[in-house]
Design a protein around this ligand. Structure first.
Ligand SMILES: Nc1ncnc2c1ncn2[C@@H]1O[C@H](COP(=O)(O)OP(=O)(O)OP(=O)(O)O)[C@@H](O)[C@H]1O
Length: 297
């Protein structure tokens, strides 16, 4: 569904240049449910804006749903935004109209897009679990329910890809879990590819894969694995599944990986490392401490 190769985005403001994406590589399969995490300023929203066709990358390759986003004309890009992707933002509810009902809020953007489909709006609210609240005015709904109305709107154009930027950023943790469950359900029942950008590390429990972005590049991936655990081995039962998370560093096309800062600190690495191949492993050694060479003299 998504292929980013060596993606670069440079923002230019007056004399200042900010390199928000520094050669990012990412592949997302059709029907995948995945999360993107990273510190503030690491480039998460920039990436989402590129995937959603809201902004154009500066260099690299970017394909979504078979479309080369570098080659699309402005008119094609507008069609792409309307037909291929759905967006859910953190403060989506702010774009909704408080004195209209949930149903009217879903109908309105469909009307603007030239579709008048009352039944479809009702259906979408059913899908997000709000069928029983469709006549309620938006200001009578909780924050989580309002976010679900926003998700129903994002699904109105039957997107292939749903992009969510901090969709749980302004709700409590229980509501956040419910919203993530809804994404999971939409992914499974509709085969929708879902990419969720978040600060919330809890996401790892809800998605198949979490990609961490550091300084505008993918640095590591956390994969969820289900396996028969010790309990299963002891009892000989393979139906007891244990869920584990494994973190993998991402090796880029030039052979670079990012080593977590805390590991480097732990071994006192500073500037240079020695790399050796030892029996099927690559081992990194920090330079010897300075006093060691003094002692040797
Ligand atoms: N329109 C813009 N013009 C100039 N610089 C920008 C623009 N948008 C983002 N940046 C810069 O690009 C870098 C990446 O920003 P981005 O918003 O993608 O990060 P983020 O990981 O989404 O952060 P947060 O979690 O705080 O939303 C930051 O240094 C940011 O200041």
């Amino acid at each position: 569904m998504i292929v980013c190769e060596n993606l670069v985005k440079i923002y230019k403001a007056a004399d200042l240049e900010v390199v928000a994406l520094q050669g990012l590589d990412l592949t997302v399969e059709d029907g995948e449910l995945m999360g993107i995490i990273g510190n503030s300023g690491s480039g998460k929203s920039t990436l989402l804006n590129m995937l959603g066709g809201l902004d154009r990358p500066s260099a690299g390759k970017l394909f979504v749903a078979g479309k080369n986003l570098f080659r699309l004309s402005q008119a094609e890009l507008i069609q792409y935004r309307l037909r291929t992707v759905g967006f859910v933002w953190q403060n989506n509810a702010r774009n909704l109209i408080p004195y209209l009902s949930a149903q009217q809020n879903v109908e309105l953007p469909m009307l603007i897009a030239g579709q008048r489909k009352r039944d479809r709006a009702g259906e979408l609210l059913e899908i997000v679990g709000l069928g029983h609240r469709k006549k309620n005015k938006l200001n009578e709904l909780s924050g989580g329910e309002q976010q679900r109305v926003a998700i129903a709107i994002a699904l109105a154009n039957q997107p292939k890809l749903l992009l969510a930027d901090e969709p749980t950023g302004s709700v409590d943790s229980r509501t956040a879990a419910m919203i993530l469950d809804l994404f999971q359900e939409l992914n499974r029942s509709m085969g929708l590819t879902v990419v969720i950008v978040t600060h919330d590390l809890e996401i790892a429990r809800k998605v198949d894969r979490v990609v961490a972005i550091r300084d505008g590049k993918t640095s590591s991936e956390i994969l969820r694995r289900s396996s028969a655990g010790e309990e299963g081995e002891e009892t000989g039962r393979s139906d007891i599944e244990v869920e584990t998370h494994e973190e993998w560093a991402v090796l880029d096309q030039a052979g670079r990986i990012q080593i977590p800062q805390e590991y480097l600190q732990e071994i006192g690495a500073d500037g240079k490392m020695k790399i050796e191949l030892e029996e099927g492993r690559i081992v990194l050694y920090p330079p010897p401490p300075k006093h060691a060479s003094v002692q040797a003299k």
